[in-house]
Each structure stands twice: as structure tokens, then as C-alpha cells.
Design a protein around this ligand. Structure first.
Ligand code: TXA
Ligand code: MG
Length: 337
């Protein structure tokens, strides 16, 4: 298939493809999404094929106006309204009871639908011009790190989709927060661009799903199907290293075999003697979120075989960074203190 590269001036071409049941990769403030008309089950089915995504993993439906939500859901609980008011448009996805117009392909057979109102102006414009909500997972091949630039999308998806709408680099750099509003208290399914602390400030206690921090056993049922798959992994083997700065630096400096690298903080770089790639500043969680996926993709470009990654914190935005990196590492953690 020919994949057309489109810029914002020609956004009408992207809308035309969507209206005709095609696939367009789009920029959002979190990561690039692979979009189709959310109300067209045949179009949505093509997303799964292009990504190699398991059919039991439901998709997020993106809207460009809060009033568009009512036809997509069958109940809008009070706490969900409060979160919408506070964090939309933005990096928050809410799981809500679905209405009958949601195709089976979107909800993957669940009784719920995940809804997000993105803040990115190009995403919002495309939704408006297409005249329909957009179903969009991250625009990567299933299993690899989510794309945060149009070039990442080209690397994964060229020849597999109709078009890529280039909107530059994504600001947040990792995916939206996913929270289920079908229980009280609500349940955090995936940490992301809006932090747990920020949400608890406005709606009180939120349960954190076991899959956010822990590995699921094969027979465990999951609230969010996406959590059970291997994710965000470069081809290189990643091992998460837990320990003080000093111990980490000594540890990686002892690993001098070829093809070994350190995935560390900016501040570590000058002390590390082996190949090193930073995923942001030790103090600045947003910078870590912004850089992580790019750093994971760089590892593959550099033909690295084994990566010792510094373990992030677990609070604020760093919880999302930890959640992604622990999956990239297949939950392999080494405590060196
Ligand atoms: O930032 C984002 O959320 C990006 C941009 C494109 O919006 N999208 C994204 O989609 O990350 P995806 O498909 O890569 O991740 C969506 C996650 C998956 O883990 C999926 O299982 C979960 O949300 N999910 C979707 N619908 C759900 C539902 N009805 N119930 C529970 N989890 C759901
Ligand atoms: Mg994804």
C-alpha cells in the first residue's frame, strides 16, 4: 500500500481517507495514534491488522468536543464529569459504560468504551473535519515503543497504512492515563500524562490496578487487556537496575563487553565509561516521560544487545515512566544495593 505523508495544510486529505474507511497516523500531545472512523467496524478492523494487534485489546475513542461523548456512553458518573472538567482536553482516558453504537471491534467485546478528548490542535481539527470520533491506538507495531515523532511512525508503519499526518514531536512523550470509572472508587489501569496525585486531588481515593506495577500471571484476569502483553520493548535485552547513583555507575562501568549500554539520567552521563543513552533528568519527571520512547528506539539504531536501565521513581509522572520501563525490561529487575 502507498503511504502518503501529509502536513496540516492538507488535513482535508486525511479527513477524506478517514471518511472512506482508511487509516491515518495522527499526532496527539501524548504519542502518535493510528486512527480510523470509530463508528465503522470494518475500518477499525484494519487497525488491528496494520499493527499486528491482538483482537481482544480494545481501542480508545477520541472526541473533539465534550458534547460528543453522550452518544458513545450509556452513563456519565459524577466523578467522571469532574475529571473531564478538570483534565480535558488532555492526556486522560476514561473507561465508561458503552452505548450501542460502539462497534464490537472497538470495545473488543467488553461492555465499556475508553474515551479521550485530546488537546493537540491537529488531532482535534482532524476529528472535526472527519465528522466522526476516531478510534486510535498508539501508531507502533504491536509490542514496540510508542511513536513520538512522524519518523518513528514511518519506521514502523510505512506501506501498512494510508497516510501519516506529520505534526512534529509529541509533547508529553508517553501515553494517556487510563482510568476505569465503572467502579467506585475508580481504578487506575495505566499511569500516563495526568498523574494519580493530580486526579486524587479532585475526586479522592483511586484504586491502583495490580497490573500497573506488577507482572500478571498467565491465568490472571485483567481489567485492561493491553496490560497483559509484552510492551515497549526494543530488540535489545533491557534489565532494570535498582540502586543508588554511585552503585549504578560502578555497576555499569564494570560491564565492558561489546554491545552493552547504560540507559541512564542526564546527570549520570559524564561518569559512565560505556555507551550511554539518557532518558531525561533525574529531577525532571516530565523530561523522562518526553524522552523515554525515543531513547528506547535509539537503542535499536545503535545495535546494542544488552541495556542496564536506571530504575525511575514511582511517584508523579515517574510512575508512568516506571510502568513503561518495567515492561520494556519484561519485569527483570536487579537490586544492587
Ligand atoms: O495516549 C494515548 O492513550 C494514545 C493516543 C493515540 O491517544 N493511545 C493509546 O492507545 O495509547 P493504546 O491502544 O496503545 O492503549 C490503550 C490502552 C490499552 O492498554 C487498552 O487495553 C486499554 O487502553 N483500553 C482500551 N479500552 C479499554 C476498555 N474498554 N477497558 C479497559 N481498558 C481499555
Ligand atoms: Mg499502545
Amino acid at each position: 500500500m502507498d503511504t502518503k505523508l501529509i502536513t496540516e495544510e492538507n488535513i482535508f486529505e486525511a479527513a477524506h481517507i478517514i471518511k472512506n474507511g482508511g487509516l491515518v497516523a495522527i499526532p496527539t500531545e501524548t504519542v502518535y495514534g493510528l486512527a480510523a472512523d470509530a463508528l465503522n467496524g470494518n475500518a477499525v478492523a484494519k487497525i488491528f491488522k496494520a499493527k499486528g494487534r491482538p483482537m481482544d485489546n480494545p481501542l480508545i475513542v477520541h472526541i473533539s468536543d465534550i458534547n460528543d461523548i453522550y452518544k458513545l456512553i450509556s452513563d456519565f458518573p459524577e466523578k467522571a464529569k469532574i475529571l473531564a472538567e478538570k483534565f480535558w482536553p488532555g492526556a486522560l482516558t476514561m473507561v465508561l459504560p458503552k452505548s450501542d453504537i460502539i462497534p464490537l471491534e472497538v470495545s473488543a467485546g467488553l461492555e465499556t468504551v475508553a474515551i479521550r478528548f485530546p488537546s493537540h490542535p491537529i488531532a482535534r481539527r482532524l476529528i472535526k473535519e472527519s465528522g466522526c470520533p476516531l478510534a486510535a491506538p498508539s501508531a507502533n507495531l504491536s509490542g514496540s515503543p510508542s511513536p513520538t515523532t512522524a519518523q518513528h511512525v514511518i519506521n514502523d508503519m510505512f506501506g501498512r497504512i494510508n497516510a501519516i499526518l506529520d505534526g512534529g514531536a509529541c509533547e508529553v512523550g508517553l501515553e494517556s492515563t487510563v482510568i476505569s470509572m465503572t467502579s467506585n472508587p475508580p481504578r487506575l489501569l495505566r499511569p500516563g500524562g495526568v498523574t494519580l496525585e493530580e486526579m486524587e486531588n479532585v475526586i479522592g481515593h483511586i484504586d491502583v490496578d495490580n497490573a500497573v506495577l506488577n507482572k500478571l500471571e498467565d491465568n490472571q484476569t485483567v481489567a485492561s487487556p493491553g496490560m497483559k502483553y509484552k510492551h515497549y520493548a526494543p530488540k535489545a535485552k533491557v534489565i532494570l537496575i535498582k540502586g543508588s547513583t554511585e552503585n549504578y555507575i560502578n555497576f555499569v562501568n564494570s560491564k565492558t563487553e561489546n554491545g552493552t549500554a547504560a540507559l541512564c539520567y542526564d546527570e549520570d552521563i559524564e561518569f559512565i565509561k560505556i555507551k550511554s543513552i539518557s532518558y531525561g533528568s533525574i529531577k525532571d519527571y516530565s523530561s523522562q516521560a518526553h524522552n523515554l520512547f525515543n531513547a528506547l528506539r535509539e537503542i535499536d539504531n545503535d545495535n546494542i544487545k544488552i541495556v542496564y536501565a536506571r530504575c525511575p521513581d514511582k511517584k508523579g509522572m515517574a510512575l508512568a515512566v516506571y510502568n513503561r520501563i518495567i515492561r520494556a525490561a519484561g519485569f527483570e529487575v536487579l537490586d544492587i544495593d
